[in-house]
Ligand binder design. Structure first.
Ligand code: ZN
Length: 397
């Protein structure tokens, strides 16, 4: 009997420790076991910008899973190129786990440049200006060709301050698109369209599919969206549409209400969030997985995340500072280089500035999650949370 018609799951998730609503877990994917809570570096166009895969795999960082962006890869280089190489893992040279988003958020972010209908979203490519159409079916087809290990459904995001009426329509559309995503995804698995298939022990070898809960800041609609998503049935559940313009206190309120209602025995993924403080606060509310461009993007604009808060390396106050970017960080950059040197590189427009800041920032985010996991396992998470948040304001930048 084929694995695909048996009941073998595409991934397994086991909660290993709890401290309040915070939890640690083991997420078994077809490309390795991931300890949660986990931070996933963002590899938009098949590259985590300014860092090599060897560094992401090194013990310094040890990222177990990274993200790829369906929208960007679909437009360039296009799926034919990636299929010809045998899927995204082989195309980019990364054998660990990959999660791809659906492109829904990117096309939504295009604002006036896109037109949303029941069928899907029409927009102009930022690469060549051509008219393109993304729908649940197209997104599933592209993600199967990419062969990512975790696939996201195609959803519609409402702005953070959207009215109840607007959000209700958006939640309805997201539910109908989730159902179409599920059906298209299942057909593609049966048709062997998945370019990333492997034959692991105890798992089906198929791609896993996550549903996405929307509903802006309306708790009743969040709950409705959750119910409708769980009813369809997915391997994990994501929270979308946060950190899109709403107040931070609103985001924490939504998370506090929503995350503990999500299926306890499945992974919970907060999409596109956030600052180190946001990560710790979301873990406290029961979230297991995160991705965000902050450590990489802000690294390229001269910002370092440290245990005592953010620093802008271009500031004159670091000119003669012989300390590392973060005195409590043990990453390769902090072991070797001073703030003074990194500042010089940045001001001189040297590409190494981006490389060093990106490396350190990713180390800081990944180390924070290691600290979070350790504290949950030892029952010290409330203390960790309080001390971590308290220290972050020390630099005062
Ligand atoms: Zn460092």
């Amino acid at each position: 009997m084929s694995a695909r018609i048996s009941n073998t799951p595409a991934l397994r998730f086991e909660v290993t420790a709890r401290d309040g609503d915070a939890r640690t877990g083991l997420l078994k994917t077809r490309r390795g076991v991931i300890e949660t809570p986990v931070f996933m570096p963002v590899g938009t166009a098949g590259t985590v910008k300014a860092i090599r895969f060897e560094e992401l795999e090194s013990t310094d960082l040890d990222a177990k899973i990274i993200l790829g962006n369906t929208y960007h890869l679909w437009l360039r280089p296009g799926i034919e190129t990636i299929k010809a190489c045998g899927g995204l893992h082989r195309f980019i040279g990364w054998e660990r786990a990959l999660l791809t988003d659906s492109g829904g958020f990117q096309v939504w972010s295009l604002g006036d440049l896109r037109k949303i209908s029941e069928e899907g979203t029409q927009f102009r490519s930022h690469v060549d200006g051509s008219l393109r159409f993304l729908s649940p079916e197209v997104s599933m087809e592209v993600q199967a060709a990419l062969g990512s290990d975790i696939v996201m459904v195609f959803d519609e995001c409402a702005p953070g301050d959207a009215s109840h009426e607007v959000t209700e329509k958006s939640v309805g559309l997201t539910a109908r698109w989730a159902k179409r995503s599920r059906e298209a995804f299942d057909q593609l698995q049966l048709a062997d369209a998945d370019e990333g298939r492997v034959e692991p022990d105890e798992l089906s070898g198929d791609q896993a599919l996550f549903g996405i809960v929307q509903g802006a800041s309306h708790l009743d609609l969040r709950k409705e969206s959750l119910d409708r998503t769980v009813e369809i049935g997915f391997d994990g559940y994501a929270i979308g549409g946060l950190s899109v313009g709403e107040e931070k206190s609103t985001m924490y309120e939504v998370l506090g209400d929503l995350a503990p209602r999500m299926p306890a025995d499945q992974p919970r993924y907060l999409m596109g969030v956030g600052t180190p403080e946001d990560l710790v606060e979301a873990v406290a509310r029961g979230v297991d997985m995160f991705d965000c461009v902050l450590p990489t993007r802000n690294g390229r604009t001269g910002q370092a995340f440290t245990s005592t808060g953010k620093i802008n390396i271009k500031n004159a106050r670091w000119m003669h500072d012989t300390r590392p970017l973060d005195e409590s960080c043990l990453c390769k950059v902090c072991r070797r280089h001073t703030r003074s040197y990194v500042r010089h590189l940045y001001l001189a427009g040297e590409m190494l500035a981006s490389i060093l800041l990106t490396h350190h920032n990713l180390a800081f985010f990944l180390d924070t999650m290691r600290g979070v996991r350790q504290s949950i396992r030892s029952g010290d998470f409330p203390k960790f949370r309080q001390e971590f948040t308290g220290r972050l304001s020390a630099n005062g930048e």
